[in-house]
Design a protein around this ligand. Structure first.
Ligand code: TXA
Ligand code: MG
Length: 323
């Protein structure tokens, strides 16, 4: 089927209260009509998502945001002008028309306008916003390829649009504009450094792992874990660590920034990125799925500095490797 036909079919199903998986530039999303409570409930059930974890509302147009929110700060307009459509989700005060099930009862709402042409066309043809979390089963890596979506969600949803491989590969940056100062709840391709150029007060939320202050409910749940354990390894300890693991006689996977390919019968999966962070980020989740396919028993991943895109990569790796 050609892509326009696929979008047409997806729109019909969404209108009927169906669940559709669609590509975005970050990761695939699993979507429903924002205003269908029954459909939204199905998303939580399919994903096994805890009901206290709110969804992102995807809009096809800046104007579509206006009725969803109240007291929009001037900073929101500036950020929207600069970064939309694109991988920036902003959190604003919620208007009453946004169903509480979408926001998990919070008085705020997360909104983004995706850049992917299929996602944009889908929302625009539907003529209303789509609520969509990432198209993974809760706790698992987010699919960035059609084949990974099929593996995770085939037969569980009404339709999947084939959009090939995601352009970016990590979920959007989530920025809370209801907090003073504005704070990043989830780092992504729109980096702290680039946001600070618009407003220097913007900062990371440093306490999201503490018990008392969990501003983004999704942050406290299990995340991004493939079926094999992920082990983060400091660059300085890389050689010694690999030397130890290859002696254990189990199937090992490696993801590194290095130039050199290692030869050993225990190493059944290996990806080297020559310092290319964008590609490292782009491939991260697909590598998790590939490592699973190869029967990897431990996946060793080289860590990097938490700056620029490194912050987003390390955020995902710290969660994927958390005990
Ligand atoms: O790139 C993306 O953002 C992808 C694509 C499909 O657009 N979507 C995505 O959605 O990653 P999801 O549901 O997997 O992640 C949404 C994150 C969660 O950590 C959730 O807790 C947080 O945003 N969030 C949503 N609404 C919020 C709110 N009102 N306040 C604080 N955090 C919120
Ligand atoms: Mg997610």
């Amino acid at each position: 089927m050609n892509q326009n036909k696929e979008i047409e079919k997806a729109v019909t199903l969404l209108k009927q209260g169906g669940i559709v998986v669609f590509p975005t530039e970050t990761v695939y999303g699993i979507g429903a009509r924002l205003f269908s409570q029954t459909a939204i409930k199905k998303i939580f059930t399919i994903k096994g998502r805890p009901s206290d974890n709110p969804l992102i509302v995807h809009v096809g147009d800046k104007k579509e945001l206006i009725p969803l929110t109240v007291d929009m700060p001037p900073l929101a307009e500036k950020l929207i002008d600069k970064f939309w459509p694109g991988p920036l989700t902003i959190i604003l005060k919620r208007a009453d028309i946004v169903p509480p099930i979408v926001t998990a009862g919070l008085d705020t709402v997360a909104v983004r306008m995706p850049q992917h042409p299929v996602a944009l066309k889908l929302i625009r043809e539907l003529g209303e916003p789509i609520a969509a979390p990432s198209a993974n089963i809760s706790g698992r890596p987010s699919p960035t390829r059609f084949q990974d979506v099929l593996k995770e969600l085939n037969n569980k949803v009404d339709y999947i649009i084939d959009g090939g491989t995601s352009i970016l590969g990590l979920e959007s940056t989530v920025l809370d504009l209801t907090h003073v100062p504005p704070r990043i709840l989830r780092p992504g391709f729109v980096t702290l450094e680039s946001l600070k150029k618009i407003d220097s007060r913007i900062t990371y939320n440093s306490q999201y792992r503490s018990r008392g202050d969990i501003p983004s409910p999704g942050m406290r749940h299990r995340h991004y874990k493939p079926s094999c354990p992920v082990l983060l390894v400091y660059p300085k300890k890389w050689n010694n660590t690999i030397a130890r693991w290859v002696q254990k006689n189990i199937r090992i996977g490696l993801i590194t920034y290095r130039q050199s390919i290692l030869q050993h019968k225990s190493i059944v999966f290996q990806k080297t990125y020559y310092g290319n962070r964008n590609l490292f980020a782009h491939d991260l989740y697909q590598n998790f799925f590939e490592a699973e396919k190869k029967g990897v028993q431990v996946l060793l991943v080289e860590s990097l500095k938490r700056e620029k895109l490194g912050s987003a990569i390390m955020d995902r790796l710290l969660r994927a490797s958390a005990k």
